[in-house]
Structure formats: C-alpha cells, structure tokens
Design a protein around this ligand. Structure first.
Ligand code: NAD
Length: 313
C-alpha cells in the first residue's frame, strides 16, 4: 500500500483557526499582536516569503510591518532598525529574513533581536531555552514538523528518529524537539557514513539536507513516517519522469513555468515503501508560516505574562 500523504495544508488551517481564537481573546484584553518583518536585498525567494508572512498576518488579525532595505544596506543600518523595533511596545515579534546581503554581519543582526521578540527562535537565549526545555520561542519549521507528527497521530515516544541535516535552523532544533518528545534520535550530516543504512533504522525520518531527490526508497524502513523538509527545483522533463513518472501536472509545470518543486525525498521510490510522507509542496512549508503566527501570539503573551501562562512546545 502506498504511503499516507500527510497534508500540511489541512494542519495549517487547523492551527490558524486556533490562533484566530487566541487573537480574538487578546483583542478583548486590549492587545493586538504585532510582527515586523525585515527584508534586505533582492533575493527573489525572500521577497515572496516576506509578502506571504505579512499577508497571513493580515488574514489572521495580527498587526504587521514589512521593512525593506536595499542590497547595499549595512550592518549598522539593520542594527539600528532592530534596536528601534526592540523598543516599540506594539511590536511583539521581529523577523529578519535570511539570507542578508553578503556584506552584512547576519549573526550580529540576529543577536541584536530582543529574545522576547525573537519569533524565529534563532537567538542563543532561545536556543538555550530549547536545549534546557525552558519557556521560549521555538524555530518555526521544526515546531511545524512536530505539529504534523502529533496531529497525524504518528507515535514519537520510544520511536527511532533519524534527522538528516544538522543546521541551526532545521536539523538541530528538530532533533532536540524529537528527543524532548522521547524519541531515540540520530542526527546525520554530510560526513555520516553508510547513510542509507542509518536511515533505514528510522521509524521517523526527517530529511533536511537540501539535496533534491537524494533520499530514495533505499533509505526508508517499510512503514516509516517520512518528513520532507527540502525545497528544491527540477527543470527537465527527464527529471520529471524520474521523480514523478506519469504525472501530467508536474510535466506541465516544467513545460510552462520552467521548473517544478522537488524536496529531498524521491517520491517515486519512497512512496511505495514509507507508511506516511509529507508532500512538496504542501507538506512542511505551510506549517512554517503558521508557526510564525503561533510564535507572534506567544511572544505577545510572553511580554504580558499576566495575560496567560506560556507553555513551551
Ligand atoms: P543547510 O544547508 O543549512 O544544512 C544542510 C544540512 O544537510 C547540513 O547540516 C549538511 O551537513 C547536511 N547535508 C548536506 N548534504 C548532505 C548529504 N549528502 N548527506 C547527508 N547530509 C547532508 O540547510 P537548511 O537550512 O537546514 O535547509 C535544508 C533544506 O530544507 C533546504 O532545502 C531548505 O530550502 C529547506 N527548508 C525548508 C523550510 C520549509 O519551510 N519547508 C524551512 C527551512 C529550510
């Protein structure tokens, strides 16, 4: 039997409905959560991501501002903007869209964000909170992955989980979250030996390596839950035939738009083996923005701790 498809869209809608209720409750208490998004430079992906983040805020009733800086911006300019946002009481969350232009010291800019407003969860203070399971803000994509697993009733406790990728943004935090949910976790990376054999031990396999289609059925234990975090693109009809054989929609995307999305998983060989699989697009991606909204509301509560207790995921 082919794998169950774990739709991130249905889960995103569920989470956004819950967030809307929370926003309404805050509004009754006289609070409107606010998010500031900083975009610097001309990265086309960042342009789309920041627009979508602001659009989702508007839809859910979160106040938002999008601040755009030119490709030539400096570390000092961004630092002074972050400082200003730190001091503004109507701003609960500050998101600095990465990547920043190469001349900017990204680490310094991220470090300047008030940890209480750090809705991406990248500040070392929040990283430490996550490691030690203290209240804080958890990175959005890893938090979204946990929501997919929990809401799809995939058991985590006592299960073997393998994470491919050790980045600060995805691999490390998702491994910590799985460990905190009592999985036995192995983290793999570019120097891991016998990668397919290690991955085949996993009941839950998280692929966050940024290598389109690299993870094939050979990496997957029969019945495993496979979470595809990668966002890559393929551009040729030969690749479409390899990864999406006989799929007219994918074929037409390549013919008309020049490319189609492909995650780190090769669906043609993984679907027949896995028990469950997140699609790309429509899997992990939609959860990332939903969890940003969750974090913005949490940050609003966190700064006004009299309103409600804050519980870490
Ligand atoms: P990254 O480049 O920072 O990290 C990649 C990790 O994969 C590294 O730790 C590296 O050691 C490991 N790796 C690379 N090649 C490997 C190989 N051949 N075998 C084993 N491990 C290997 O990337 P990232 O920021 O963690 O993102 C990973 C992927 O997830 C990218 O495709 C990115 O676009 C995507 N992503 C998606 C979302 C989303 O919302 N869906 C969010 C963040 C990142």
């Amino acid at each position: 039997m082919p794998a169950r498809i774990l739709s991130g869209i249905a889960i995103r809608d569920q989470i956004q409905a819950e967030v809307t209720v929370e926003i309404e409750q805050l509004r009754e208490a006289g609070v409107r959560p606010g998010l500031a998004v900083i975009l610097a430079g001309n990265d086309p992906g960042s342009e789309i991501y920041t627009r979508n983040k602001v659009k989702t805020c508007e839809k859910l009733g979160i106040y938002s501002e999008r601040m755009v800086f030119p490709e030539t911006t400096t570390t000092e300019e961004l630092l002074s903007q972050v400082k200003l946002l730190n001091s503004r009481s109507e701003i609960d969350g500050i998101l600095v869209q990465l990547p920043l232009p190469s001349q900017v010291d990204s680490k310094q800019v991220l470090l300047a964000v008030d940890p209480q407003k750090d809705v991406d969860g990248f500040h070392p203070m929040n990283v430490g909170n996550l490691v030690t399971q203290r209240p804080g803000l958890v990175p959005c994509t890893p938090a979204g992955i946990l929501e997919i697993l929990k809401r799809s009733e995939i058991p985590i406790k006592g299960q073997r989980a393998v994470v491919i990728g050790r980045s600060d943004i995805v691999g490390k935090p998702v491994a910590l979250l799985l460990m905190h949910h009592h999985a036995t976790v192995t983290v793999c990376h570019s120097r891991t030996q016998n990668l397919p054999a290690v991955c085949r031990e996993a009941d839950i396999l998280v692929a966050a390596l940024g290598k389109p289609g690299m993870v094939t059925g050979e990496f997957v234990k029969p019945g495993a839950a496979v979470i595809d975090v990668g966002i890559g693109r393929i551009t040729t009809l030969e690749e479409v035939e390899r990864f999406f054989p006989g799929d007219p929609k994918r074929r037409s995307q390549v013919e008309t738009k020049g490319s189609t999305l492909l995650g780190d998983i090769d669906p043609s060989t993984v679907l027949p083996v896995a028990g469950a699989l997140t699609p790309v697009p429509g899997g992990v991606g939609p959860l990332t923005i939903a969890m940003l909204m969750v974090n913005t509301v949490r940050a609003a509560r966190l700064r006004r701790s009299h309103l409600a207790a804050y519980v870490a995921t």
